[in-house]
Design a protein around this ligand. Structure first.
Ligand code: BG6
Length: 475
């Protein structure tokens, strides 16, 4: 019978931009995510179709208030500690540390806020796992430099990263450079602050920006190692294998190409160079990367582990004619007839997690870390105040079983982090009704609500999973 290692890191996640709120407190500057409204304009802004996004007085911006984690973090961390988590994943809001992005010195209030939050974690013996940029870049850098289009932004990011390594040294050992780095391809403004001008070659802009992001990531890994031998740094992929719709070789080839596109960034971060298929891919997309002499040398610094989010597998076909499409985590996919979907149309595929883990480990031979997995669903409060989210428990149980199977297959895994520990703003839609947490937050899509926190049934279930070190998965 398989046993999880005693030091296995069970945990839960949030991100600064979906939880903190307090967008203008403590000296924080505006960030790309603050410009993304709730409602019909949301998608256009996220995709970078609005060249100069600005705040509109009649619109609601969910990130401005989040779940007010900024003022509730002690209470929220205490509740997650009660659940028994061993690792808490969050991100640092870059514009809390460098409000415009290009200042010489950091904002001391921002540093104090995160130091206190990490100390709070330590108080409960919780290890923080910190993402430096979770869909987050100061608007100052977007407006003045065009975000990651500019090579100058690498220097600003490294100043920010170095500040974090120095200020939180001894408090944080696990770092991720960029959340779901591949999402830059699909959602350029939310992913990386990139908005397009009319008529631009979007691929050129995206891959040039990605080159800068990759250089920044590699140099941040090097810096983290210089600061402390205890620092471990991972890349972060929006994971989920691409299945061919059928055994028609044309479908299989389509899936190979999609995998390559999806793993492109991780190939660089984990193997230290552009993959063999890059040259042709760039040619076909009309991309000519501008590089400096030392760039290929810089990229040789690799990450220590591969982290990824997993919500569902994807499915692709060479010919889309007559095939239904279903929404996935930003990446669209042909509907897989063998899988059920969530209320938001995301395919539910626990075995897909085992497949993804095996494939990632085969390819990279580095330890894996699942840093997001969960089910977005509507929750109802019973008359007695309880919330019976058995659907969430079922989803998580099946995925933990699949993860255990993959570990038995021989895949080394550092830990398992659910998305999310507590309800927060959904990244894709901006909704609160798409709930992922073990802790319910009384806040609605329009921003109303008392912000009261309450434990769901899944809270007690996960508590048992962790205290039994994964032996007991029953509710
Ligand atoms: C990942 C992100 O894409 O998926 C999270 O890293 C996000 O920020 C999560 O919240 C779930 O997506 P959504 O759109 O349902 O919130």
């Amino acid at each position: 019978m398989f046993e999880f290692p005693e030091n296995f890191l069970w945990g839960s996640a949030i991100s600064a931009n979906q939880a903190e709120g307090a967008f203008q407190e403590g000296g924080r500057g505006l960030s790309n995510i603050d410009m993304i409204p709730y409602g019909p304009r949301r998608m256009d802004v996220k995709l970078g179709n609005v060249p100069h996004p600005s705040l509109q007085p009649d619109e609601y911006y969910p990130s401005h208030t989040g779940i007010d984690f900024y003022h509730h973090y002690r209470e929220d961390i205490a509740m997650m500690a009660e659940m028994g988590i061993r690792v808490f994943r969050t991100s640092i809001s870059w514009s809390r540390i460098f409000p415009s992005g290009d200042e010489e010195t950091p904002n001391s209030d921002g540093i104090a806020f995160y130091r206190d939050m990490f100390l709070e974690c330590k108080k409960f013996g919780i290890e923080p796992l910190v993402t430096l940029s979770h869909f987050d870049i100061p608007m100052g850098l977007v407006e003045t430099y065009g975000s990651w289009r500019s090579r100058k932004v690498i220097g600003f990011f490294l100043r920010y990263a170095e500040t974090c390594f120095k200020e939180f040294s001894g408090l944080v050992h696990y770092w991720l450079t960029f959340n779901e780095i591949n999402i830059l391809l699909h959602s350029p403004f939310s992913g990386a602050g990139i908005a397009f001008q009319e008529g631009e070659n979007r691929n050129q802009v995206i891959y040039q920006a990605a080159h800068h992001v990759l250089l920044a990531s590699a140099q941040a890994v090097r810096l983290a190692h210089q600061y402390s031998a205890d620092n471990q740094v991972g890349c972060m992929l929006a994971g989920g294998s691409f299945y061919p719709y059928s055994c028609n070789p044309a479908d299989v080839w389509e899936s190979v190409k999609k995998e390559q596109e999806n793993l492109f960034f991780i190939d660089v971060q984990a193997r230290g160079s552009y993959p063999s298929y890059a040259e042709k891919m760039f040619r076909e997309k009309g991309v000519e990367l501008v590089m400096e002499d030392q760039d290929l040398e810089i990229l040789k610094t690799c990450v220590d582990f591969i982290s990824f989010s997993y919500y569902s597998s994807r499915c692709v076909a060479a010919d889309l004619e007559g095939k239904a499409v279903n929404d996935g985590n930003i990446v669209r996919s042909v509907k897989n007839p063998y899988l059920q979907t969530s209320q938001w149309g995301w395919a539910i595929d626990p075995l897909g997690l085992r497949i993804t883990m095996n494939q990632l480990y085969d390819r990279y031979q580095k330890p894996l870390f699942i840093v997001e997995n969960g089910l977005g669903a509507k929750d109802e409060i019973n008359d007695d105040g309880s919330i019976d989210d058995d659907y969430r428990i079922d989803y998580l149980r099946q995925h933990i079983q699949a993860m255990r199977d993959a570990m038995e297959d021989g895949v080394p895994l550092i830990g398992y982090i659910t998305w999310s520990g507590i309800d927060l703003v959904a990244s894709s839609t901006g909704q609160m009704s798409k709930r992922y947490g073990f802790i319910y937050v009384d806040k609605q899509n329009d921003g109303s609500g008392s912000l009261e926190r309450r434990r769901k049934k899944s809270f007690y279930w996960y508590q048992k999973v962790i205290s039994s070190n994964g032996r007991c998965l029953d509710s």
